[in-house]
Design a protein around this ligand. Structure first.
Ligand code: PHE
Length: 450
């Protein structure tokens, strides 16, 4: 029983949607703060190398399986299998991916709710509503439920509208906006006193740290999360891509956009921290580390905005708009994973599946809000640290071993007829079968035992 499938209407639409999924809080918040606490530009270099060496091949595995099977993650992994055992394992891996994507969305919604509340705060300030402003910026169960709930509704509203009218349309509108806000904010912050000190911390590498296993593990985890890998997101987006497109080329563009936006987000966040320092804000923890968690976004940066006077309200408004937009285009891609599965497995209508599943996921978000931070931290670790890399290995193994070599080549040839003459085909198939899974596993066991 299958409902008619949607499709992206253009290559640009697909690239913006996939880049929108990849570019999220992981780029704008995670990447710059990881860089600052891991030896500055040395981390940036390791991250770029790992993103292209390990994350790009895994991204290709997902895109190829998805476009080949033209189905949700469960059906796709099940249907490319040649025997009962791999069919059964593939279906299991697919369901596990659906669960992990949903759990990532459940905590992402909570964080996005914080961003949304802070986005509204400057408006409350301008209108002189000080009680509202106080409520919006104070961490409380009621605020987190309402703001997270509003964010979840926006997310469901977009996904209910489908691929072209929902995902593609909104990614195409929001991504250029995101880039414009990011660039304007960077230009403004770099002209503030103290910014140059931050730029130095960010861009002068401390090479002595490059060989630390901790740094490599952090960079790999960051690369997987940032490219939305391991949970079937890119697989399902790939399943809506036209057969005419050249997959290896599109994968390179998406990886480049994601890593570049992470890099330029660093040009905003790290200098901002040092501008705040210039104005007397404490930016280091008791143990001498740079403040990186929620305190950075919701305490250090707001004191910076306040020090800017009236224009600070505008800057705060733009900054939290940026964060919210980045979160929306990523969240829709997470919700698409369970929704596409439900629609195609049960024949339920898309809007119905969306609002049903979206509500269940928001119920989980509410549990996280009520049990903050213990359950929240547990879910983040379970999904990003333990599940994403292992699922990434599974996708590589399925693309490398289960999907037949001839089928792989046939799939790639449709959009790039000369593919077997190129570098990609010479390296990638062996790479994704053996090197990628081994390297990901080594890094994973290092991090689990460390
Ligand atoms: N890539 C997103 C980010 O950087 C997060 C994400 C993970 C999105 C997994 C979809 C799936 O914030």
């Amino acid at each position: 029983m299958s409902a008619p499938r949607g499709q992206f209407s253009s290559k640009l639409g697909f690239i913006l949607a996939a880049a929108g999924s990849a570019v999220g809080l992981g780029n704008i918040w995670g990447f710059p703060t990881q860089t600052a606490s891991n030896g500055g530009a040395a981390f940036v270099v390791v991250y770029f190398v790992l993103a292209f060496l390990l994350a790009y091949p895994a991204l290709m595995a997902e895109l190829i399986i998805g476009r080949h099977a033209r189905a949700n993650v469960v059906t796709a992994l099940g249907s490319i299998s040649r025997n009962r055992l791999t069919h059964w394992i593939g279906t299991g891996v697919g369901y596990y991916g659906v669960i992990i994507a949903s759990l990532i969305l459940s905590f992402y919604t909570v964080v996005a709710g914080w961003m949304l509340a802070h986005w509204f705060d400057p408006i409350a300030d301008v209108l002189g509503m000080s009680a509202a402003s106080e409520w919006l910026t104070t961490n409380s169960v009621s605020r987190n439920l309402l703001a997270g709930g509003l964010f979840a509704l926006v997310n469901m509203w977009i996904i209910a509208r489908g691929i072209e009218n929902g995902i593609e349309r909104w990614s195409t509108r929001l991504m250029p906006m995101l880039l414009a806000i990011l660039v304007l904010l960077i230009i403004y912050v770099l002209t503030r006193p103290g910014a140059m000190e931050g730029l130095t911390v960010y861009l002068v590498p401390d090479w002595s740290r490059v060989t630390e296993p901790g740094l490599i593990i952090d960079a790999l985890g960051q690369a997987f999360f940032s490219l939305s890998l391991g949970v079937g997101t890119m697989l399902v987006y790939g399943s809506y891509l036209s057969k005419q497109e050249n997959l290896p080329g599109i994968g390179v563009i998406v990886t480049l956009v994601d890593t570049s936006i992470a890099f330029i987000a660093g040009l905003l966040i790290i200098p901002s921290i040092y501008v705040a320092k210039h104005y007397g804000t404490k930016i280091f923890t008791e143990t001498g580390e740079l403040i990186a968690g929620p305190d950075l976004i919701f305490q250090v940066l707001p004191t910076l905005f306040e020090s800017m006077g009236a224009i600070g309200l505008l800057v705060a408004f733009a900054f939290f708009a940026l964060m919210t937009i980045a979160a929306v285009t990523s969240s829709i891609s997470m919700l698409e994973v369970p929704v596409s599965t439900a629609v195609e497995q049960t024949g339920m209508s898309r809007p119905r599946a969306t609002y049903l599943i979206g509500s269940i996921i928001f119920a989980i978000s509410s549990l996280l809000i009520f049990n903050f931070p213990a359950l929240f931290v547990f879910v983040i670790d379970l999904t990003t640290k333990y599940s994403e890399p292992l699922l990434g290995v599974a996708f590589c193994l399925f693309a490398g071993w289960v999907l037949h070599r001839d089928k792989l080549l046939a799939e790639l040839r449709e959009g790039s007829p000369q593919v077997e003459k190129g570098l990609f085909w010479k390296i990638w198939p062996a790479y994704v079968r053996v090197f990628c899974p081994i390297l990901i596993l080594i890094t994973f066991f290092h991090s689990v035992s460390g």
